[in-house]
Design a protein around this ligand. Structure first.
Ligand code: ARG
Length: 466
């Protein structure tokens, strides 16, 4: 039965109900809806707006409804308009008049704004825990492969040598920023809309501080119109999730490349790959590809949300019911992607030999050759750069590398060269000498991984870190 039956002469067309209903996607908020209602009812009782006894009865029964839903002995009515209506109707069915008092001084507008915040607070805590796990795996692998020389690329061309550990730690840094972006969004979101009513507050003497406190919010939101019309937090969280998906997508693109037979830098565990229905030799990195692909739908969620909100007049408009599918899809998708990605990275085999061979094959140490002329022979960098360019051209012509080019040929281009050049351009030295802060020297990478691991542990310990 509709809540507004008194005002209407006719029943709604079933097509109206189907179209208007949000129960299919907001029932996941039943626990948060009940939690919010318990706080509201507690406050109504303490303020004397409803009887203390009724308040208590409501809270106890709401707890039972939650337990029944948890246990699966009570099913959510798919014909209810939304989760708020369902819970209230169930409560009234069980308690009669007392149940009918719950909605005093409240609207579904502040209720839904509350429920999404509570739900997202939990979802984001789960995402953060997964992200921290992923960061820890990256650090662990980075420590293990801190001296595994591999080519670093720019423009997908071999550029300068780095280590696999250094490369992985780049992703750890991105993911740390993702965690901090989620933290920021949660901090800004953590204000309670409860008590803002439909849009204009209420004449009942509600204690909004009390409900905010009971529900773990920093404070009540300060403007009733803003409190029910605001979905900034949805956009912020979906943006944070989108950027994180972009990072995962980049990582997965590299995994796909690295496990190709052209690279063979890594081997993914069979448990995280699939085969082909026709080509018997195939082992495909489907999961990495799917994660890369799923970034698209999350970006779509963000654009959908922003577009849905952009022209809305204050305060609540039904358009805003569209927020939930977007925001839940985004957080669910990230969760879904992180779940297999973490063990996939944890179990991958790293082919140090292939990485090194790829680093040794080209002219990845050309900068180091120029740097040798600068630091050992005192040449200006621009001259050293030009000389090295000529040497590279010479090597290409003679099908040699800087390592195999004879000293006489070096000296023919620049008489300053001596035997020391071979040591200067050795891959291990090229990497270990890059000790500058943030550089790939193995000791740097190990220190960075240690610092990040400590940071992650620290975050876990911090209280109130949701
Ligand atoms: N299902 C609605 C939503 O998700 C709840 C709020 C409805 N409020 C209203 N005045 N119709 O936005």
């Amino acid at each position: 039965m509709k809540l507004w039956k008194g005002r209407f002469q006719k029943e709604a067309d079933p097509r109206t109900n189907d179209f208007n209903s949000s129960i299919a996607f907001d029932s996941r908020m039943y626990r948060q809806d009940i939690e919010g209602s318990i706080a509201h009812a507690t406050m109504l009782g303490r303020q004397g707006i409803i009887g203390e006894n009724e308040s208590m009865k409501i809270c106890v029964e709401l707890g039972k409804i939650r337990d029944d839903l948890d246990a699966g002995v009570l099913a959510i009515d798919p014909d209810a308009e939304d989760i708020h209506t369902f819970v209230e109707q169930e409560l009234t069915a069980r308690l009669g008049d007392a149940g009918k008092r719950l909605h005093t001084g409240r609207s579904r507008n502040d209720q839904v704004a509350l429920d999404i915040r509570l739900t997202l607070r939990e979802d984001c805590a789960g995402l953060k825990a997964q992200l921290k796990e992923l960061i820890s795996v990256l650090c662990k692998e980075a420590k293990l492969y801190s001296d595994a020389v591999m080519p670093g690329y720019t423009h997908m061309q071999r550029a300068q040598p780095v280590t696999f550990g250094h490369h992985l730690m780049a992703y750890a840094e991105m993911l740390l920023r993702d965690v901090s972006r989620l933290d920021d969004a949660i901090r800004r979101m953590n204000y309670s809309p409860l008590g803002s009513g439909a849009l204009a507050g209420t004449t009942y003497p509600l204690d909004r501080e009390m409900t905010a406190k009971l529900l773990g919010f920093t404070a009540p939101a300060q403007n009733s119109l803003d409190a029910v019309a605001d979905r900034d937090f949805c956009a912020e969280i979906v943006f944070a999730v989108s950027l994180c998906m972009a990072h995962l997508s980049r990582l997965c693109e590299e995994l796909v490349l690295w496990c190709s037979w052209e690279f063979r830098f890594i081997e993914l565990d069979d448990a995280y790959c699939t085969g082909s229905s026709i080509m018997p030799q195939k082992k495909n990195p489907d999961l990495a590809e799917l994660i890369r692909g799923k970034s698209g739908r999350v970006f779509g969620d963000l654009i959908g949300l922003l577009t849905m909100m952009k022209g809305l007049p204050l305060a609540y408009n039904k358009d805003m019911q569209e927020d939930k599918e977007a925001v839940f899809d985004a957080v669910d998708t990230l969760k879904l992607c992180l779940t297999p990605l973490i063990p996939m990275l944890d179990t991958m085999k790293v082919r140090k030999d292939h990485m090194r061979a790829a680093a040794a094959g080209g002219f990845i140490n050309a900068t180091d050759c120029a740097d040798y002329l600068v630091s050992v022979k005192g040449l200006p960098f621009r001259d050293a750069y030009k000389i090295t360019g000529e040497l590279v051209a010479l090597c290409i012509e003679q099908k040699l590398t800087l390592e195999t080019l004879p000293l006489q040929q070096y000296q023919a281009v620049c008489p300053d060269f001596d035997e020391g050049v071979y040591e200067a351009i050795s891959l291990d030295k090229c990497v270990s000498d890059r000790k500058v802060l943030g550089g790939p020297a193995p000791e740097n990478v190990r220190a960075q991984a240690k610092r990040v691991l400590e940071l992650v542990e620290e975050m876990d310990k911090r209280t109130g870190d949701c």
